[in-house]
Design a protein around this ligand. Structure first.
Ligand SMILES: [Zn+2]
Length: 60
């Protein structure tokens, strides 16, 4: 089932936590909001951890 809930695309830069909305724009910063289904910014940030690990390894 598809969800109409969207999430501020830049919440990590602009907010302390994910900002959800039903419109195309973030109600708090006015930035673009994206569909939350693909979860480009997973709150658990598993891939972020993975990316950081890769970066650390590349620097060594
Ligand atoms: Zn926002």
């Amino acid at each position: 089932m598809r969800s109409d809930i969207r999430i501020c695309a830049s919440w990590r830069d602009r907010h302390d936590r994910p900002v959800y909305t039903l419109t195309d724009t973030c109600p708090e910063c006015g930035g673009s909001a994206v569909n939350s289904a693909p979860a480009p910014y997973d709150p658990t940030d598993r891939y972020g951890e993975y990316r950081r690990a890769l970066k650390r390894r590349a620097r060594e």
